[in-house]
Ligand binder design. Sequence first.
Ligand code: GDP
Ligand code: MN
Length: 384
Amino acid sequence: MKIHEYQAKDILRRYNIPVQAGLVATTPAEARTIAENFGKSVVVKAQVHAGGRGKAGGVKFSKTPEVAEQNAQNILGMNIKGSTVHKVLVTDAADIQKEFYLGIILDRASKTITVMGSSEGGVEIEEVAKVTPEKIIKVQADPFLGLSDYQARELAFGMGIDSAKVNGFVTITKELYRAYTENDAEILEINPLILTEQGAWLALDAKMVFEDNGMHVRHKASENLRDLGEEEPAEGEARKAGLSYVKLDGNIGCVVNGAGLAMATMDSLKLYGGEPANFLDIGGGAKSDKVAAAIRIILTDPNVKAILFNIFGGITRGDDVARGILAGLSEINTDVPIVIRLVGTNSEAGRKILEEANLKSAETLMEAAQEVVAVANERAKESK
Ligand code: GDP
Ligand code: MN
């Protein structure tokens, strides 16, 4: 789950990482009032989950409250990489001496939490990685010991930080690491982390992504940081229905029980020249309410030309699954063709129920995948 800069900065504040004072405005008049109260230059910043706001014109230095109001007027409603700006952060403007990059990610290749720093701050780190990869310094935190002082110092020296400023940097880096681990973050990034003209450290921007699997139990309170306006509506609906769903770009909807089977299903579609429209795991069994929710969610995507069910009956019996599918389908009105592959416990009884209801069923995944790819292609041709 991504959150906004202003929310991430609130978290950084709790870890004593220096950030500018700032307030959120939803109207130009509010932005003006905030700027008046600051009584000095401010920066008006679009609050959207997309990066590169500066380049897109979503970050504006504002010398007077009038200018802040005008900038907010221009930025609110702006579209940045597909997200509409509904809020701006009005912050106390800082004088920059030097911009750095400091970020923490979970590096799946090394299976560690990796802390990265660079003297090339303010620029997107992907860009730095492409052009001057030697300017990115990385250290890997020990899973048990965490990030050590010497590692933070190693970053500082690699980034060319003035020796007088190293201790301050070490403190910030260690606190950032604590914020990362305590919140089960996936990404926590300060870009740029600056030294002000006055020589103080300051986090000018903040990006934070929570690990979704840590949210339900460990970070329930963080759930209210979610901005539904920034998410794929179908993904929100799926979350409410207890389904894990990720929208993709293809035209074959997939309903599968089990994440591994869902991946294998998508691979099979690809193998036969199809393109999955989604990843969807309906979890154990296939109760009618979940089936109905799954179909409804899949059909919100106008690209979908056919749907493939791939259900493995383990503890759940195949005939129960078949009845669940029928009950689910009866709640939905659609002419999108459906192919069902059902195996496992009582699968024969299940397939019989499906056949009686005139639903296409297949025994093997290969068969089902080929069938649904053919049907989807035919439909795609017809609609051209
Ligand atoms: P991003 O483009 O979405 O990453 O947004 P940032 O918050 O990182 O802002 C982009 C750039 O605007 C920064 O790299 C700075 O150069 C500049 N900027 C942001 N805030 C301030 C500020 O308070 N003072 C000054 N002088 N520049 C700022
Ligand atoms: Mn930035």
